[in-house]
Design a protein around this ligand. Structure first.
Ligand code: ADP
Ligand code: MG
Length: 301
């Protein structure tokens, strides 16, 4: 196959591993700096240009689109789809997963366990919001935050209320969520490929941080998940329409609850914690599934 890896930084662990795994299997893989592509939008023959040349002859594209470039990155990916190139994850599914509210609405509609969550515009109703959630502590999240930035804990009713109002004052869109205390600052990341969890790890937050993100100093270890966690992760991935993703869950008193589904999961933490060749499994999946024009939307979603 001739594969395009859309990535801003070719030297990141995840990107290096994908290149390595593709080359080991005899594929040709090109790292394309997403922001340096330009799209010939109105042409009869849809095209992408990069470094003065047209991007031609690709069989498949691996989108690794950072949260800060979602808009442009998904536009480039959509153009690949219009051109009939098989995307590892579809542009529509990536856009969907980047909005925490939209994701939770979709997952809730299909009966996936979630922390009780409120989305409100008027923060003058902070008291009502808190009582809906059963009072403090609550977790407050920016709708498009990532890597733990924009997730705060309102430990007391007073603190929670003033945080909700402060975000409201900044006109930021926020979710207010039940704090799953029993998770003890740990969460579970399941790496889903197709209809399988290929690796899973438990992440524990740094001391005195309830957030377990590895970017925030969390530590990862391999973990055996329950059948319920396994099926929840796979179902969540399917509902989001993602072939490859990281499903993050908390172990609550009422079973696994999904916090979010990441469409560009980092590979370093999970490969190092579990010793599993996730990059290789991603390329294997593409070998089995990549066909021309094989997207649900072909860029029209
Ligand atoms: P981000 O997209 O920034 O990673 P998350 O929603 O995944 O945001 O939250 C970051 C971390 O905060 C999670 O990995 C988890 O450790 C902790 N966390 C988030 N929501 C809750 C919650 N409702 N209860 C307990 N801990 C939570
Ligand atoms: Mg997260």
């Amino acid at each position: 196959m001739k594969i395009a890896l859309m990535a801003r930084n070719a030297t990141l662990y995840s990107h290096k591993r994908l290149v390595e795994a593709a080359e080991q299997r005899g594929h040709e893989i090109h790292v394309i700096d997403t922001l340096r592509v330009y799209i010939n939008v109105a042409s009869h023959r849809p095209a992408l240009h990069y470094k003065g040349e047209k991007l031609l002859g690709f069989d498949a594209v691996i989108p690794r689109i950072g949260a800060s470039v979602t808009f442009f990155g998904t536009a480039v990916l959509r153009q690949f789809e219009v051109m009939g190139v098989y995307p590892l994850n579809e542009s529509v599914a990536i856009t969907r997963s980047r909005d925490k509210l939209r994701s939770l609405q979709l997952l809730a509609g299909k009966g996936i366990g979630l922390p009780v969550t409120v989305f409100a515009h008027s923060t003058s109703q902070a008291d009502d919001i808190l009582s809906t959630l059963g009072g403090a502590p609550v977790v407050i999240k920016l709708l498009e935050g990532t890597q733990g930035i924009g997730v705060v804990l309102g430990e007391t009713p007073g603190a929670a209320k003033s945080m909700i109002q402060a975000f409201g004052g900044l006109k930021a869109n926020i979710l207010v969520q039940e704090f799953i205390k029993e998770a003890g600052g740990q969460d579970i990341r399941c790496l889903v490929i197709g209809d399988r969890v290929v690796a899973s790890m438990m992440r524990s937050g740094a001391e005195d941080d309830f957030r377990s993100n590895l970017h925030r100093g969390g530590k990862a270890q391999s973990i055996k998940i329950t059948p319920e966690e396994r099926s929840t992760a796979v179902r969540a991935a399917h509902i989001m329409g993602l072939n490859v993703c990281g499903v993050d869950m908390l172990r609550s008193n009422h079973g696994p609850v999904v916090m979010e589904v990441n469409s560009s999961p980092g590979l370093e933490g999970v490969e190092k914690a579990t010793g599993i060749d996730v990059a290789g499994k991603i390329i294997d999946f593409m070998e089995k599934n990549a066909r021309p024009n094989k997207t649900k939307t072909r860029g029209r979603g």
